[in-house]
Design a binder for this molecule. Structure first.
Ligand SMILES: Cc1cc2nc3c(=O)[nH]c(=O)nc-3n(C[C@H](O)[C@H](O)[C@H](O)COP(=O)(O)OP(=O)(O)OC[C@H]3O[C@@H](n4cnc5c(N)ncnc54)[C@H](O)[C@@H]3O)c2cc1C
Length: 132
């Protein structure tokens, strides 16, 4: 299958989605770790990762056609798993709504800042308890 040019096109697109989604996730996670305001980066990482996994799982289903439907196939499981991460922490509709607020300057939250502050103070407490 991987010798067919139409399939190669889909595999190339899946690889690109994977690399882009990883970058978005690691970028947001690093910002959060370093205590920066990064609500927008987190919204965008959730949106990019969920949509990419849905698109790539669907591509994988179509590439493997009837074989992907078998209950023994991991492919149909990937598609169900991708749907499973759509709703938790806000659907893609909700991520896009928040990102529109960021773009138009009406976003008022600062969840990441509060979370980073809590993490920093609990880290400082742990270091004190550990004598570090
Ligand atoms: C496996 C799993 C784990 C979860 N874990 C947690 C957890 O640990 N903590 C927690 O707090 N919650 C958790 N949730 C709940 C999750 O956050 C909610 O499912 C999610 O916020 C969506 O809410 P809902 O399912 O009630 O859908 P609804 O909010 O009823 O949405 C239904 C539809 O309407 C759309 N919609 C909703 N609001 C708007 C809006 N304002 N504008 C436009 N469209 C809108 C949605 O995109 C969706 O298409 C979990 C859910 C799942 C499935």
């Amino acid at each position: 299958l991987s010798e067919l040019s139409t399939i190669k096109q889909r595999i190339g697109q899946m690889q690109s989605r994977l690399m882009t989604a990883r970058l978005a996730a690691y970028h947001a996670a690093h910002m959060l770790d370093d205590g920066f305001d990064c609500d927008a980066e987190l919204f965008s990482a959730k949106l990019t990762n969920v949509e990419s996994s849905l698109d790539s799982a669907r591509d994988a289903m179509e590439i493997h056609a009837a074989h992907a439907l078998s209950a023994d196939s991991p492919i149909q499981r990937f598609l169900r798993d991708a749907h499973h991460i759509y709703a938790p922490a806000g659907t893609s509709d909700v991520q896009r709504l928040r990102l529109a607020e960021v773009a138009t300057g009406s976003y008022k939250g600062s969840w990441s800042r509060r979370f980073a502050d809590e993490l920093r103070s609990s880290g400082a407490m742990l270091r004190r308890v550990g004598g570090g």
